[in-house]
Design a protein around this ligand. Structure first.
Ligand code: ZN
Ligand code: ZN
Length: 111
């Protein structure tokens, strides 16, 4: 019989035998020496059990973006998020970008 339950061992200060918990005390099986149980004794309930849910960070926020009907070049889905992006050079106009709501394919609108 194997057990992964580990209990802090207590040894009798008089005869060095292992002590057993009994009636809320630690009692030496050999000489009968009694001493109070150490804190935490047999109920070592882990209070550090916490669920660490890691929320994946999206490369770009899709939530809140408007959708439009645009055909995805990848999967053929016809609903996509869209946004405008001003290009650096002044003589270029705003470019419309699309992102497929189904497969997240992102593309820009070509004239
Ligand atoms: Zn003892
Ligand atoms: Zn798609």
């Amino acid at each position: 019989m194997t057990s992964d339950y580990t209990m802090p061992m207590e040894f009798c200060p008089q005869c060095k035998s292992m002590m057993m918990p009994k009636d809320g005390m630690m009692v030496c099986r050999k000489c009968g020496h009694k001493m109070p149980k150490t804190a935490g004794g047999e109920s070592m309930v882990s209070k550090t059990k916490q669920l660490n849910r890691v929320v994946p960070v999206l490369e770009q926020e899709s939530a809140g973006l408007p959708t439009t009907s645009a055909r995805c070049p990848k999967c053929g889905h016809n609903v996509a998020y869209w946004w405008l992006r001003q290009l650096r050079s002044a003589d270029e106009s705003e470019v419309r970008f699309f992102r497929c709501t189904k497969c997240n394919e992102t593309w820009r609108e070509y004239d």
